[in-house]
Design a protein around this ligand. Structure first.
Ligand code: SF4
Length: 122
């Protein structure tokens, strides 16, 4: 069991979740962040911080985001980012690689969220 980052993170990448995570198990890809399923301790601290509600516990994944469990896990595989089990994220291991599903999403997949978050900031 682990927490999962889902589609609303794509191209938003707020990143405050990485500061909240006590075990640094949230890793930066090109278009979104990914949670390492074996390093997450299920504390839930990242959940309330995300401004676009992209993070959820895997036991409560919405049907439309079920595939994000595999997306978070497979991101670390050799044939995707190759990060494996780094034991903790730091900026120097950020990558511009994404899971193929995420990389193939349209550029405007979260255009409505980007508009909303920029409105809140102004
Ligand atoms: Fe990190 Fe806790 Fe969120 Fe898991 S649930 S990613 S350990 S902050």
């Amino acid at each position: 069991m682990a927490y999962i980052i889902t589609e609303p993170c794509v191209d938003i990448k707020d990143g405050d979740c990485t500061d909240a995570c006590p075990v640094e198990c949230i890793y930066e890809g090109g278009r979104m962040f990914y949670i390492h399923p074996d390093e997450c301790i299920n504390c839930g601290l990242c959940l309330s911080i995300c401004p676009v509600d992209a993070i959820t516990w895997d036991g409560e994944l919405q049907e439309k985001y079920q595939h994000y469990e595999a997306i978070n896990r497979d991101f670390f595989d050799d044939d995707v980012s190759g990060l494996g089990d780094p034991g903790g994220w730091e900026k120097s291991i950020s990558t511009d690689v994404d899971h193929p599903h995420v990389a193939a999403l349209p550029e405007d997949v979260n255009a409505h969220l980007i508009a909303e978050t920029s409105k809140q900031e102004s």
